[in-house]
Design a protein around this ligand. Structure first.
Ligand SMILES: *Cc1c(COP(=O)(O)O)cnc(C)c1O
Length: 349
């Protein structure tokens, strides 16, 4: 087999959910955010593992993702949709029992007209200016909306991965004043917010990235392992080059492995000449440019001829790759390609 092998440790996902759940009081519910196909890891398998671990409420970005999740989970767990109730969503919301987080006057009107009595939540904008109702809008509608018994009133923090950022406290204060005195359950914290402490937990937390082993949850167990098979090994003389654009030239004789995997598999070209792969514990520098399907790797210093090299694993996390590529772990995970052979492990074999 010549495709990369992506192993997703479902026990680690479950352990991360439990560890984040343990960071808030027992009275605080811990949900699970599984948007974007569970951050690229597969919403069916991941969703079922989280439900088995105890998650009872799930969040997705759009109704279509809710449909895929409902298929995997069956009836029971509550599935909430961040983008709210868009035109065209009504039948899906109704038939699959999805709960829209209503973001605007337009969505509230649509929802109350199209599905009276159907559960809903509300998203408030406390300063991120992305989704949710503005304080002025909310003040005008609050009594009416609250009288309909929202399942949740939520907002989202813009800077929760920077604990000292003044925006955190500012958004907390806006959220407190917008929700003062209401009975509906409230939620403000994603992974970063959980780590900011109990002031941010309210009734429900919504971790995503921490479940998948990513920062800012430093204690997370690693979830993803990516091993790339070696397709060919060749010996180079000094002065020979590797890959497109001759961007790496051997200064001395070198041995180069060509592995299967490239930017079409989510291994961004920004890793060119920067990243390392691992053979067991030994780092092996990536040579030259990342191609669409292939990567050159320096194995001059290895005694053995490796059959595969590790791109993501115990020695290198998605956040490490993100750091090299100038992005965030979220983007590395969600870009993991469709070509990999995926294995879902219970514990790392
Ligand atoms: C993505 C998202 C989350 C989860 O955030 P993480 O940083 O991955 O924990 C929670 N709430 C909202 C509104 C989101 O968009």
């Amino acid at each position: 087999m010549s495709t990369g092998r992506l192993t997703i440790d479902l026990d680690a996902v479950a352990a991360n959910w439990r560890a984040l759940d343990a960071k808030s009081d027992p009275g605080v519910q811990t949900a699970a955010v599984v948007k974007a196909d569970a951050y690229g890891l597969g919403v069916g398998k991941v969703g079922r593992a989280l439900a088995a671990a105890g998650a009872r409420r799930f969040f997705v970005a759009v109704a279509e993702e809710g449909a895929a999740l409902r298929e995997a989970l069956g009836p029971g767990p509550e599935i909430c949709v961040f983008s709210g109730h868009m035109s065209g969503d009504t039948d899906m919301m109704h038939d699959l029992g999805l709960v829209p987080m209503l973001n605007s006057v337009e969505q509230i009107t649509r929802h109350f007209e199209a599905l009276p009595g159907h559960p809903f939540g509300v998203q408030l904008d406390t300063g991120m200016n992305r989704l949710g109702m503005e304080p002025g809008e909310w003040a005008a509608l609050r009594d009416l909306v609250v009288s309909q018994g929202p399942r949740l009133v939520m907002s989202h923090l813009a800077c929760a991965d920077e604990p000292d950022h003044e925006m955190n406290r500012q958004q907390l204060n806006v959220f407190l004043s917008m929700t003062d005195g209401i009975e509906a359950p409230r939620s403000l914290a994603a992974t970063g917010g959980i780590l900011l402490g109990p002031d941010y937990h309210f009734d429900l937390t919504r971790p995503g990235i921490g479940l998948y082993g990513g920062l800012p949850f430093e204690e997370a167990q690693p979830v993803v392992h990516l091993d790339l098979p070696v397709i060919q090994i060749r010996d180079l003389a000094a002065g020979e080059s590797v890959g497109y654009g001759n961007s790496w030239v051997a200064e001395r004789p070198a041995r180069v492995a060509t592995v299967s995997g490239g930017y079409a598999d989510g291994l961004t070209r920004h890793l060119s000449n920067q990243a390392v792969l691992f053979f067991e514990d030994t780092p092996c520098p990536l040579l030259g440019r990342v191609s669409m399907d292939l990567i050159g790797v320096d194995i001059t210093h290895l005694k053995d001829k490796p059959k595969a090299l590790s791109m993501i694993g115990p020695h290198q996390s998605p956040d490490d790759l993100a750091e090299i590529a100038g992005t965030i772990g979220y983007e590395i995970l969600t870009q993991l390609g469709a070509r990999y052979a995926r294995y879902y492990a219970r514990g790392r074999a």
